[in-house]
Design a binder for this molecule. Structure first.
Ligand SMILES: [Zn+2]
Length: 369
């Protein structure tokens, strides 16, 4: 992800922090100043936030290392101000594996909380009632234990994108198909989201933000699963585009722009000796034109880390490959035995999904009507 700083690596998994994370310490320092906290209290607050994010990292490692046991790779763990994300290349579809991978994260927080409670018991560090929720040397470990309990419990809410959503889906998938399980889990998630929003209007506006976040998460999970369901019987060769636009390495941005204006081209394959060496999308071209000379050759800006597809590859696998973020601009050449057969882009796939969705809807309607 762009704008990330790598902190380190463990078990082949990179841990990085997104620049927006800086908002947190700045916000704490500003809030401390505004509320007239002593520098000591501000420091304890900062220490608490950094330690909590250490625990969030361990939570993500809980997911990643359990996934590793089942041979699922995690590309990296990214820390954002709202929490952490372990970006897995593939998500286990076996209910038992998905259940264990999902529950491992909250389990880490509960273990941390239990250990901290034991320690605070030994040091009798429980004056949280007298000192309130403002962190200090006296209640630090106790507060850290409380926060871990909260993180564990919050993640168990049975709604996507929380771990609880995946746990619920995995449990339902023991008896139902994955698609039906996702549909039910997504509906339950949306219901919970509406409850959050409703309660938020009555008590705390922050709950509305969480509600909207859950609502969108539930919907997008259903969308991905539904797309997977629609695509499951098709291969890359079924929808690849045989018409595509090629450019030579030395051709300029200006020439590429002229192609876009004169034709239906929305992206290009960059060729050298009849081999694909790069791809170029419309938005990559326009953003380059805004900062570079129009006489710049396309080889200076082309994307060299493109994905090559095999015509026999099932379409659902494209969704499983998470090595690179897929977006509407992603262009993928389809090659077999060194022969270029065509290209596939995400826009193409989503159009196919829309068409199949409409056809399925009509068929269902005819059956039920
Ligand atoms: Zn988690």
């Amino acid at each position: 992800m762009q704008g990330c700083l790598t902190l380190g690596r463990y078990a082949g998994i990179k841990v990085s922090v997104h620049w927006t994370f800086l908002i947190l310490p700045l916000w704490i320092a500003a809030a401390g100043y505004y509320r007239g906290y002593t520098p000591d209290t501000v420091l304890w607050n900062l220490l608490l936030i950094f330690t909590v994010f250490g625990c969030v990292t361990l939570h993500e490692f809980g997911h990643a290392l359990t996934a590793k046991k089942f041979k699922f790779k995690t590309k990296d763990i990214i820390l954002l101000p709202i929490g952490g994300v372990a970006r897995m290349e593939m998500i286990p579809e076996n209910p038992r594996q998905e259940f264990l991978v999902a529950i491992a994260g909250p389990a880490v927080n509960f273990v941390i909380a239990a250990v901290l409670y034991t320690i605070t018991g030994i040091f009798d560090q429980k004056p949280v009632i007298t000192t309130g929720l403002v962190p200090s040397q006296e209640n630090f470990l106790y507060l850290l234990a409380l926060v871990n309990l909260f993180i564990g419990a919050f993640n168990l809410i049975p709604a996507f994108p929380m771990d609880g959503g995946r746990i619920l889906r995995a449990l339902l998938a023991y008896k139902l198909s994955r698609t039906t399980a996702t549909k039910i889990a997504s509906h339950i998630g949306q219901l919970i989201a509406v409850l959050f929003i409703f309660t938020g209007f009555l008590y705390n506006l922050f709950l509305i933000v969480i509600g909207v976040f859950i609502f969108l998460g539930a919907r997008s999970e259903w969308f991905v699963e539904h797309s997977r369901f629609i695509l499951r019987d098709y291969k890359v060769s079924d929808i690849l585009m045989h018409q595509f636009h090629q450019l030579g390495l030395e051709q300029t941005l200006e020439e590429a722009a002229a192609y876009i204006l004169n034709s239906s081209a929305r992206n290009f394959l960059i060729m050298e000796n009849n081999k694909v060496v790069g791809t170029l999308s419309r938005s990559e071209l326009t953003s380059a034109l805004s900062v570079m000379e129009s006489s710049t050759p396309v080889q200076d800006i082309m994307n060299q880390e493109f994905l090559i597809l095999d015509p026999d590859m099932p379409l659902t696998e494209i969704y499983n490959i998470r090595k690179q973020p897929l977006n509407a601009e992603t262009v993928m050449p389809v090659i077999q035995n060194d022969r270029l057969l065509g290209v596939l882009d995400i826009e193409n796939i989503s159009e196919f999904i829309k068409i199949r969705h409409a056809v399925l809807k009509k068929e269902n309607h005819l059956v039920s009507g």
